[in-house]
Design a protein around this ligand. Structure first.
Ligand SMILES: [Zn+2]
Length: 270
């Protein structure tokens, strides 16, 4: 009998080997492509992140300052929403986004407290700003983002506003990037222009690094206060600020300053 059976099994084995070989080849090619793509993404991220430090290997470092804390609650809404808690929540989200991008973060506080020490609340408050300013002016920091909530006598006022420090030209560019991102991602109708910090905003006025203060919204507006009190909106707010900051990092030659228009002068709680 011709050995049909064995010959048939041989053909099957050859086919099987070919299939196994093709699958292995396919997996190898896909694997190589995935690794190359991953390395390219890492390279692009590294380029972005090192843009501010002139291409050096030093990672970008951001100071995030959740305003107030501890005995100093900041502004309070009519329904009892306290500013310090919203500031901290938005700041912690912001910290996550930056760290996911390989950016170092210095938090002025990561829990509910004042930085100043003392035996009385007055002493703690008195010693708080110098401690924060020390971190603002940290030599490692590339820029500072301070998070606050606004309050005004009229309950109609609403929308975020970005203030910037006068010392470094980068402050205004950073503010403009964050403002643009807030408009694009969260508040398309917000016409509040970026504003140079008045002398009443001590930290911004005494900060040598590029620095901004984002008043995320008005606790005096019941609707906006309620919105600011939700974790979902806090994350959206943090993401918008993060995207603006990333644009600032990526494009160190960002737009040059133009005079602020339609500036609505608001009272800040600092
Ligand atoms: Zn505040």
């Amino acid at each position: 009998m011709p050995n049909i059976g064995h010959g048939g099994r041989g053909v099957h084995m050859n086919k099987l080997r070919r299939i196994v070989f093709n699958v292995a080849l396919y997996i190898t090619i896909v694997g190589i492509i995935a690794i190359v793509l991953f390395l390219m993404i890492l390279f692009v991220m590294k380029l972005n992140v090192s843009a501010l430090s002139g291409g050096s290997d030093k990672p970008i470092c951001v100071v995030i300052d959740p305003g107030h804390g501890g005995e100093d609650g900041g502004a309070v809404s009519e329904s009892g929403i306290v500013e310090k808690n919203i500031n901290l929540s938005i700041s912690m989200c912001l910290k996550d986004y930056f760290e996911m991008s390989g950016i170092d973060v210095i938090m002025t506080r990561a829990d509910d407290r004042l930085l100043g020490e003392g035996s009385t609340v007055g002493e703690k408050l008195h010693n708080d700003f110098p401690k924060r300013l020390e971190l603002y002016n940290s030599s490692d920091a590339d820029f500072v983002v301070s998070i606050h909530q606004n309050k005004f006598t009229s309950p109609e006022e609403h929308g975020a506003q970005v203030f910037y420090g006068p010392a470094d030209i980068g402050s205004e560019r950073l503010a403009r990037c964050i403002k643009r991102s807030l408009n694009g991602l969260l508040q398309p109708d917000n016409e509040r222009e970026i504003t140079k910090a008045g002398s009443n905003i001590y930290l911004l006025n005494n900060c040598a690094n590029p620095c901004v203060l984002v008043e995320c919204g008005f606790l005096s507006n019941p609707k906006e206060a309620q919105q600011l009190d939700t974790y979902e909106y806090q994350r959206q707010m943090a993401f918008s600020i993060y995207c603006g900051a990333m644009e600032y990092i990526s494009n160190s030659k960002a737009d040059t300053a133009s005079p602020a228009k339609n500036s609505l002068h608001v009272i800040t709680d600092h």
